[in-house]
Ligand binder design. Structure first.
Ligand SMILES: [Zn+2]
Length: 421
């Protein structure tokens, strides 16, 4: 009979959401058995020396889009390639989104997406997109929550893509989700504001990517967030704003009791990148904003206004966004899962900010919000052995070699990173 052996992570610094300590971590059958400065080592144990290294709970990226259909094929990552890249960067869990096809029920959309996710190399959970307002779909929500799909996502825009729900519809959806103990995630950009702004530029064959940002002004986020605060207060449903990225939106969301996610792209870049030769590759929605917004977001990471960092990972190849496309035809999205934690960590260490706060933003808060805690998001006895180990001195500049084998364009080359391992 095969005996199951132990693994011991010895002499590292364990960082959880509530602080750090020098401790040994004993693992067996992919579970953490014990975390202690002193412990008795079982006979059959593989010891890994972690002196000088930190041990964090595995990173949870609660906002990814693997394998998205586009005009002539697919986005650059599917669940196989995307989760392989994620693992290299310390991510051990992703939460992706269903795609609701015409005629499909929510339950069918979940089943199809779970099937696609089978080739993943890490833990995958799903949020359920509600991109059509139909009575039959709403009836499925309570059962889905009972089955463990407890987060749903609605869009206040993308009318042209058939994904838009009105505020009145979102309120009805929120009431049902709230009543059954679920959570509503929202892409918050006001549709009417975008439509009015887009009208000024669309259809004129304008190819400069700056028009993408001009057609989706920051007021769109402010207005949508204001409406969602009202909906939250009227329905009691917890509301989580994905990829929030303006200073005004952040203030209103937090004052109104909403949960807030932001993404590395909104922290590290502003709308000046649209002037670069590869500016079209940074076409994402919502668009990149002003330095003053970046400043507010960085402050929000430290002062508690921002709850989580997700990536909105949806990479494309250079050929997917050829030069000369009118701005409204450029596919929206960029990758980030393979660099998010390494660049955040490099910044954190450089500034000397508490690592426990980074654990909150990139692991424990997501685990709690999405019902994965304490199985995920913490290093303690009984939790999954999802850990990320790094040497704080392993600081490098990101080069194409770090992203070997990937044909996706990456916007983060040249930035400083601390890679796990
Ligand atoms: Zn997204």
């Amino acid at each position: 009979m095969k005996t199951t052996s132990y693994t011991l992570l010895e002499n590292g610094t364990v960082v959880n959401a509530d602080g750090e300590e020098q401790a040994n971590v004993l693992i067996r059958e992919r579970k953490i058995v014990q975390v202690s400065p002193k412990l008795t080592i079982p006979v059959d144990t593989t010891v890994i020396d972690c002196s000088g290294k930190y041990i964090l709970p595995g990173i949870i990226d609660s906002h990814t889009h693997m394998g998205i259909p586009i005009k002539n094929g697919w986005s650059a990552d599917d669940f196989d390639s995307g989760t392989r890249a994620a693992l290299k960067a310390g991510v051990t869990t992703i939460l992706d989104f269903t795609i609701l096809e015409p005629g499909q029920s929510l339950t069918e959309s979940v089943a199809k997406r779970l099937k696609q996710a089978e080739k993943s190399h890490i833990t995958v959970g799903l949020h359920c997109n509600i991109t059509r307002y139909e009575k039959s779909l709403l009836k499925e929500i309570p059962d889905l929550i009972r089955q463990g799909i407890r987060s749903f996502k609605a869009f206040t825009t993308y009318e042209e893509a058939g994904m838009y729900l009105t505020y009145a519809q979102i309120k009805k959806v929120a009431r049902i989700i709230g009543k059954h103990g679920g959570l509503l995630m929202v892409h918050a950009e006001d549709n009417e504001t975008i439509k009015a702004a887009t009208k000024q530029y669309s259809g004129q064959n304008l190819t400069h990517p700056k028009y993408h940002a001009l057609s989706r002004p920051p007021e769109a986020e402010r207005l949508a967030v204001e409406k969602l605060v009202e909906i939250h207060q009227q329905t009691g449903c917890p509301i989580y704003i994905v990829h929030l990225n303006t200073a005004a939106g952040l203030e209103i969301a937090k004052a109104g009791g909403l949960l807030v996610e932001t993404c590395p792209q909104y922290l590290f870049f502003n709308d000046s990148v649209y002037e670069q030769p590869d500016g079209r590759m940074y076409v994402i929605s919502p668009p990149l904003r002003k330095p003053s917004d970046q400043k507010a977001l960085w402050e929000g990471l430290l002062n508690g206004q921002v709850d989580t960092i997700g990536t909105d990972h949806c990479p494309f190849r250079l050929s997917d966004k050829p030069e000369g496309l009118p701005f409204e035809q450029i596919p929206n999205g960029m990758g980030g899962i393979e660099t998010a934690f390494p660049i955040m960590l490099a910044k954190w260490l450089k500034e000397g900010w508490p690592l426990s706060r980074l654990v909150q933003l990139m692991s424990s808060h997501a685990a709690r919000i999405f019902g994965l805690y304490p199985q995920k998001g913490v290093i303690q006895a009984g939790s999954d052995a999802d850990v990320v180990i790094f040497d704080p001195d392993n600081r490098q500049t990101i080069t194409q070699q770090d992203l070997a084998g990937r044909d996706a364009w990456n916007g983060y080359l040249g930035l400083e990173a601390v890679w796990p391992g």
